[in-house]
Design a protein around this ligand. Structure first.
Ligand SMILES: NC(=O)c1ccc[n+]([C@@H]2O[C@H](COP(=O)([O-])OP(=O)(O)OC[C@H]3O[C@@H](n4cnc5c(N)ncnc54)[C@H](O)[C@@H]3O)[C@@H](O)[C@H]2O)c1
Length: 277
């Protein structure tokens, strides 16, 4: 039987990139879905996903930073499916805001980034949790970045990505706190923390949307992250929770052993491990 037969899920920001790959993987494993995005293309993504997988996939235009949209998305899922087993908090956004940029720009960018990357995660998760309680193998997957794994990398937190970084570091707090709090309800909460992955967000950083050849050769694919997400779900109700799961360019993408408690958030595997240069 498929991993997610008879289950249902919600994916935010699923019109393209990682979100559409997460949705594809969930539906291919048998889940019915509500997917949403600020981009209207999410409706055609849902239609083709439904045709391809035979699952019910509802595509809604909605903004995760708007409470009314979030509540409409969750209400649709409950009306159609009766409950939620998987929530993928994928919608995310980025702006270049160096610390010496004009105040007005910095404050506007703060609202734009934090409202989506953080307040959106807060609202969507709060709306879903009551409907995830008591479901078998319920999972919240937060989509973060390898920037938050200091034990495995150097040179992260580039100055121009400070607001984006701050939003993803704050996401650590949600992942950790919710994992602890929701354990009693059987809801696991983990974060995927990946490096460069070939999506429109990454390509938009480069002239003409073309990845430089040295990056094009090694960039990870959204489908690899989607497979990682399925591996988390596959671990079942006794699986890991509260972990930042890394994926690095140039390394094999795998779940790896469960991290000890002191390494769940930072990426440390062993007490003796030191950051590489
Ligand atoms: N691509 C990478 O290299 C990479 C690396 C690390 C983390 N991430 C994270 O992965 C997630 C997905 O990124 P991606 O690379 O696929 O980006 P993307 O920009 O290609 O896709 C993101 C999708 O989210 C949607 N979205 C943005 N704001 C929204 C909002 N307020 N409400 C609803 N939908 C919204 C966009 O319209 C878009 O369709 C993000 O959280 C991002 O921070 C990406």
């Amino acid at each position: 039987m498929s991993l997610l037969a008879g289950k249902s899920g919600i994916v935010s920001g699923a019109a393209q990139g990682l979100g559409s790959a997460f949705a594809h993987a969930l539906a291919a494993e048998g889940a019915d879905l509500v997917i949403f995005d600020v981009k209207a293309e999410v409706e055609s993504v849902a239609e083709s996903l439904a045709a391809e997988t035979g699952r019910e996939v509802i595509g809604l235009v909605g903004d995760v930073s708007q409470r009314a949209d979030v509540e409409r998305v969750v209400a649709t899922a409950i009306e159609r499916f009766g409950g939620i087993e998987v929530l993928v908090n994928n919608a995310g956004t980025w702006r270049d805001t160096p610390v010496d940029s004009p105040w007005q720009q910095a404050v506007a960018d703060w609202d734009f980034i934090m409202d989506t990357n953080l307040k959106g995660v807060l609202m969507l998760s709060r709306a879903c949790v009551p409907h995830m309680r008591g479901r078998s193998n319920a999972n919240i997957i937060n989509v973060s970045t390898y920037y938050v794994l200091p034990a495995r990398s150097s040179g992260t937190n580039q100055p121009h990505t400070d607001l984006y970084n701050a939003s993803k570091w704050a996401l650590n707090g949600f992942t950790d706190a919710w994992a602890g709090h929701l354990a009693a309800d059987g809801i696991r909460v983990n974060a995927l923390c990946m490096g460069a992955t070939d999506t429109p967000m990454l390509r938009n950083l480069f002239e003409g949307g073309r990845l430089p050849p040295e990056l094009a050769d090694v960039v990870m694919q959204p489908e690899q992250m989607a497979a990682l997400m399925l591996d988390i779900i596959r671990e079942g109700p006794e699986g890991r929770s509260g972990e930042n799961i890394g994926a690095w360019v140039g390394e094999s993408v795998e779940l790896g052993p469960r991290k000890p408690v002191y390494g769940r958030i930072t990426g440390f595997n062993q007490r003796q491990e030191r950051p590489r240069d």
